[in-house]
Ligand binder design. Structure first.
Ligand SMILES: C[S@@+](CC[C@H](N)C(=O)[O-])C[C@H]1O[C@@H](n2cnc3c(N)ncnc32)[C@H](O)[C@@H]1O
Length: 376
């Protein structure tokens, strides 16, 4: 069961209270003040939409539409909504790690205001993702287009943050080896996933689909990361984070939602380490210097390297460079030089003789990388 921390218990003693994998009860702006600087890897925020609904809405058969008319979605003006948005975004920015990223989901009612304020606060917009709903609600009055999508803004903390997590290779591999696009197709939350009370009534009016959160989390976090959701609602972020081996911290002001979220998360079984390993591409592999091969005894000074067809050869020097024909340089520079090219990947160009055949020195780099992986 996720611990539920009343905000009163938290203020002033956050260092003693473990807020990891907890739901903090209270207003998110105040609750965020109690969290340490730079303590979360990612944020998923599904703030009030400020729907400004006037009166009740009926279907053509006169049945009442279960619209979002709750207190938490009421703001007296755009100015009040903007001030609230600025306050929670600023508070989020402080707790986000320098290379962390934030997702904010919204509809046409609020997302443009939110996006402008994010830019004003120096967040750096990376993408706007369109969540296209497979099964959207109809437009009952027939006076507008059917509203069939929501928008998610994905942003880094600022323009300087370059090393944010983006599991590009894994997303591509899971998408028929095609780059993942910015328009995502998912059904709205329904069926057995939708939390209902004993009378069959929806527990939360805007419960998000787990598949949407799963893609957000798989795209922008790693196992063990901490994901903050300042508008926790029914706990979708917490449930998916736990299943995917991530930590969460949720903030929610309504006790009924907290109770439902805590029970929901308690029932989730996390996936195992093997299922959660994230595929990475070549760029994500640790850098290995050629010198590391000499230090590990995999090659030795004086040893001769050649290309795959033995047209060119070079001698390994004790300082980690190669020499040939009176020239010296790195494996890359000398590889390019002997061929008369501008550039060359020395790891795949130079080969060593293992007594049976010629092999690229890249195989020796893999030996070092495998050793490094065992240290993780
Ligand atoms: C759009 S819903 C989030 C739904 C959630 N993503 C889910 O899947 O269930 C927004 C939630 O934020 C909560 N909320 C609104 N204002 C808040 C505030 N100032 N502090 C904390 N929670 C707030 C509401 O009670 C509501 O549950």
């Amino acid at each position: 069961m996720a611990a539920v921390l009343p905000l009163a218990d938290l203020q002033g003693q956050v260092r003693r209270v473990s807020w990891l994998n907890s739901i903090i009860k209270g207003d998110c702006v105040a609750a965020l003040e109690a969290l340490p600087d730079h303590s979360v890897d990612a944020i998923f925020a599904d703030p009030p939409y400020n729907l400004q609904l006037g009166g009740t809405l009926h279907r053509p058969d006169q049945s009442l539409v279960d619209a979002v008319d709750d207190d938490w979605d009421q703001f007296s003006s755009f100015e009040v909504y903007d001030a609230f948005t600025r306050a929670w975004l600023l508070a989020c920015r402080r707790v986000l790690k320098p290379n962390g990223t934030i997702w904010v989901i919204g509809s046409y009612h609020n997302i443009f205001r939110v996006g402008a304020i994010m830019q004003d606060l120096n967040f750096w917009l990376l993408n706007d993702i369109v969540w296209r709903k497979v099964n959207p609600m109809p437009n009952f009055k027939g006076r507008r287009f059917q509203n069939a999508h929501e928008t998610m803004i994905w942003a880094s903390r600022d323009a300087k943050a370059k090393s944010y997590t983006f599991n590009y290779d894994a997303l591509k591999a899971s998408n028929e080896d095609v780059q993942m696009r910015s328009d995502w197709l998912f059904p709205i939350c329904s069926g057995s996933e939708r939390l209902k009370d004993d009378d069959g009534k929806k527990v939360h009016p805007t419960q998000k689909p787990e598949a949407l959160l799963a893609r957000v989390i798989m795209a922008s976090t790693r196992p063990g990361d901490v994901i903050l959701d300042p508008f926790f609602g029914s706990g979708t972020t917490g449930a998916v984070a736990k299943r995917l081996g991530r930590n969460f911290v949720g903030i929610e002001r309504e006790q009924d939602y907290i109770d439902a979220a805590a029970a929901r998360i308690a029932a989730v079984e996390p996936l195992g380490k093997a299922e959660l390993t994230v595929m990475t591409g070549k760029k994500a592999e640790p850098r290995v210097a050629f010198n590391a091969l000499i230090e590990a005894g995999l090659v030795r000074p004086g040893q001769v390297l050649t290309d795959a067809r033995r047209r060119f050869s070079a001698i390994i020097r004790a300082d980690g460079t190669l020499s040939a024909n009176g020239e010296a340089g790195s494996i890359h520079r000398l590889g390019a030089k002997v061929q008369g090219f501008d550039a060359c990947n020395g790891w795949t160009f130079w080969h060593f003789d293992d007594g049976q055949s010629l092999k690229p020195i890249d195989e020796l780099r893999t030996v070092i990388r495998n050793d490094l992986a065992k240290l993780d």
